[in-house]
Design a protein around this ligand. Structure first.
Ligand SMILES: Nc1ncnc2c1ncn2[C@@H]1O[C@H](COP(=O)(O)OP(=O)(O)OP(=O)(O)O)[C@@H](O)[C@H]1O
Ligand SMILES: O=C(O)C1=C[C@@H](O)[C@@H](O)[C@H](O)C1
Ligand SMILES: [Mg+2]
Length: 179
């Protein structure tokens, strides 16, 4: 068991934040949350519906609200997976940097493309060519993920369990250097 604050996973669509977050929470005996699910539960609607009715701007407002309310609650430390665009707002980045231990799960654009190709629930990948979109988002967001993260873990060509173990090792190493 490790004595870490709330662990927040950031990274692009298909990096595996939801998948790895769930594995980490099981390993650590912590509760698991996913900001995308919290937004959907609060809205009583799914993400494609929110994008359609309220635009990306409406979704981002809901995302900030979900992040704030998760971090403001006096919960024991949890594992929180976030949506790929959480780093786009400066106020979110400030919350992430100061209120949690942030792990950036990185993945190449080809790997992101492969992992997102089977599902239909990411509205940003429904407009135009998904590979071009992922490339464009990567160029904007990679520096922002790095800005907020204490730990960066590369996920390409690794089984989810191997990624989760790598994250745990990286967190332990980080906490030792911080002590
Ligand atoms: N390390 C991995 N190896 C193989 N497949 C993976 C790995 N990590 C995740 N996947 C698969 O990739 C798909 C996307 O993963 P996941 O939903 O966890 O990504 P995400 O980062 O949460 O994306 P989003 O930002 O859209 O929420 C899932 O089908 C998952 O099973
Ligand atoms: O990368 C993004 O901007 C997004 C990623 C998903 O997790 C969802 O939060 C939503 O589809 C937007
Ligand atoms: Mg997810």
């Amino acid at each position: 068991m490790i004595n870490a604050p709330t662990i927040i996973l950031v990274g692009p669509m298909g990096a595996g934040k939801t998948t790895i977050g769930r594995l980490l929470s099981q390993h650590l005996g912590r509760e698991f949350f996913d900001s995308d699910r919290v937004i959907e539960d609060n809205a009583g609607a799914d993400i494609p519906w929110i994008f359609e009715k309220e635009g990306e701007e409406g979704f981002r407002r809901r995302e900030t609200h979900a992040l704030q309310s998760m971090l403001e609650q006096d919960l024991p430390p949890v594992v929180l997976a976030t949506g790929g665009g959480i780093v786009m707002k400066e106020e979110n980045r400030e919350l992430l940097k100061h209120q949690a231990l942030v792990v950036y799960l990185s993945a190449s654009v080809n790997q992101q493309l492969q992992r997102t190709s089977k599902s239909n629930n990411r509205p940003l990948l429904k407009q135009g060519n998904p590979k071009d979109t992922l490339k464009r988002l990567f160029a904007i967001r990679d520096p922002l993920y790095r800005e907020v993260a204490s730990v960066v873990v590369e996920t390409d060509a690794r089984h989810p369990k191997a990624v989760a173990n790598k994250v745990l090792d990286a967190i332990k190493k980080y906490l030792k250097t911080e002590a």
